[in-house]
Design a protein around this ligand. Structure first.
Ligand code: FES
Length: 375
C-alpha cells in the first residue's frame, strides 16, 4: 500500500485532532498518548466532521472521538463505535517519518454503516402517510399548560374540544386531540446552527431518543392529519411557551424545504383558536399564520377564532364562564370548523406532487467566498 505525505507532525500537537484534505478525501487525524491515528473524517451518521470532535475516554479505557453534530462515537484506533453498535469509521494507516505524517492511500479498514432492522422511526423516515383520498383526519393541538393533578378550566382547550366534536358530528371526521403538556419532549438543541445538514428528518433528537414526545406530533401532524386546529392562550401578548417549544422542534419539517427542497406537509389545512383575558389576538394569529404557511399548510378564509376582553379586563374568575356562555364563541367555532372542513375537501383534490416553494434555499444562498447572485 502506498503512503502519501499529509502534514508535518508539528501541525498536529499532542492532544489534538484536525481534518486534512488529501485529494478528494478528508482525513481526521488525532494525536493522543504519543500516537497519531487517522479516520475518515465524514461521520457514518450524517457526515459531521470528526476532526472537529472532542476526544474522550470511555468506560472500556479507550479513546473515542465524539462527532460534533449528534454525538456518535468512534474509537480513535479501530474506528469502531462503542460496544453495542456495529458502525465503524474507515481507518487509515499512519507512518511518521522525519517529522512528516504519511497516510495510506486507501483505508486499511473500510467504514461501515449498520442497517437497523427494527428502525423505530421507519414510518417517519419513509414518510408513510396515513391520509387517503377520502380521509378527514382532524388533529387538535392544545398548547396550554396546567398542573395535571390540579387542572383548571381553559378557554382555548374547551373551544378546541368543541371544535373537534363538531368536526366529528357535523362532518364525520376522525378526530384526535394532543395536549402538549402531556408529552415529554426536549427543546430544540439547535443542530441547524452548527450545520444545515445537521438538522435532519426525522429530527436529530428523535434519532437519539425514539421515545421523545415530539415523535407523536410528527406522526400526527405530518403523516396522519388532513387538518390541524391549534389552540393557544395568549401569554404576555404571544402564544404560550409550549407552542414555541413545539414550533422550534418543527424546524426539522421546514428545514427539509430549505436544504433538500422537499415538502413534507402537502394538502393540509390549518386553523387556530386564540384566547386571552387581555389582548393581541391578531398579533398571535399573525405569528401562527406565518409559521404554518412556512411548513406548507393552507388556510381557509377567516381561519381563527379569537377571544379577548381587552386591556383592563382582569376578570379572570369570570372569564371562563363568560366565554362558555358566549353565543359568538359557539357560532364562530362551528363556522371555523365548517370553513376548515370545506377547504380540506377541496385541497385534497389538488395535485401537489411538485409544489412551488418560494422560500430561501441553501443552494441559492451566498457564502463569504462566493457572494449571492444578483439578478
Ligand atoms: S453526523 Fe455524526 S453523529 Fe450525526
Amino acid at each position: 500500500m502506498n503512503y502519501l505525505p499529509l502534514i508535518a507532525l508539528s501541525e498536529l500537537p499532542e492532544n489534538s485532532g484536525k481534518s486534512v484534505r488529501q485529494g478528494q478525501k478528508s482525513i481526521a487525524l488525532f494525536h493522543y498518548d504519543g500516537v497519531v491515528t487517522a479516520l475518515g473524517s465524514s461521520c457514518q451518521h450524517m457526515g459531521g466532521d470528526l476532526g472537529q470532535g472532542n476526544v474522550q475516554k470511555l468506560d472500556d479505557g479507550e479513546l473515542y472521538v465524539v462527532c460534533p453534530w449528534h454525538g456518535w462515537q468512534y474509537n480513535l484506533k479501530t474506528g469502531l463505535a462503542p460496544a453495542g453498535y456495529l458502525d465503524r469509521q474507515a481507518v487509515y494507516g499512519v507512518q511518521v517519518l522525519d517529522g512528516m505524517i504519511f497516510i495510506s492511500e486507501e483505508p486499511l479498514i473500510p467504514g461501515f454503516r449498520s442497517v437497523h432492522e427494527d428502525d423505530p422511526l421507519a414510518d417517519l423516515r419513509n414518510l408513510e402517510y396515513k391520509v387517503t383520498p377520502s380521509s378527514l383526519n382532524v388533529l387538535g393541538i392544545s398548547t396550554t399548560n396546567m398542573n395535571r393533578d390540579l387542572p383548571r378550566p381553559s378557554t382555548s382547550e374547551s373551544a378546541l374540544e368543541a371544535a373537534l366534536d363538531f368536526a366529528a358530528t357535523g362532518f364525520g371526521a376522525s378526530v384526535r386531540m394532543i395536549r402538549l403538556r402531556d408529552l415529554e419532549f426536549r427543546h430544540c438543541e439547535g443542530y441547524y446552527s452548527r450545520h444545515e445538514q445537521a438538522c435532519t428528518w426525522p429530527c436529530s433528537i428523535s434519532e437519539m431518543d425514539p421515545d421523545d414526545g415530539m415523535n407523536e406530533i410528527y406522526r400526527a401532524m405530518v403523516l396522519w392529519a388532513d387538518a390541524v386546529i391549534l389552540a393557544t392562550p395568549i401569554r404576555w401578548g404571544n402564544a404560550c411557551s409550549l407552542y414555541y417549544k413545539m414550533a422550534e422542534r418543527l424546524n426539522t419539517v421546514q428545514n427539509q424545504i430549505t436544504v433538500n427542497d422537499r415538502v413534507l406537509i402537502r394538502n393540509k389545512v390549518a386553523s387556530f383558536i386564540v384566547t386571552g383575558g387581555q389582548d393581541n389576538v391578531q398579533g398571535v394569529v399573525g405569528q401562527l399564520n406565518s409559521f404554518f404557511t412556512d411548513l406548507g399548510f393552507t388556510f381557509p378564509p377567516f381561519n381563527f377564532v379569537g377571544w379577548s376582553r381587552g386591556w383592563i379586563a382582569e376578570d379572570t374568575e369570570h372569564n371562563y364562564e363568560r366565554f362558555n356562555r358566549s353565543r359568538y364563541v359557539k357560532r364562530s367555532i362551528r363556522e371555523l370548523v365548517t370553513n376548515t372542513m370545506n377547504l380540506v375537501i377541496q385541497v385534497k383534490q389538488i395535485d401537489v406532487s411538485r409544489l412551488q416553494t418560494p422560500k430561501p434555499k441553501i443552494s441559492e444562498a451566498g457564502t463569504l467566498s462566493q457572494p449571492e447572485d444578483n439578478p
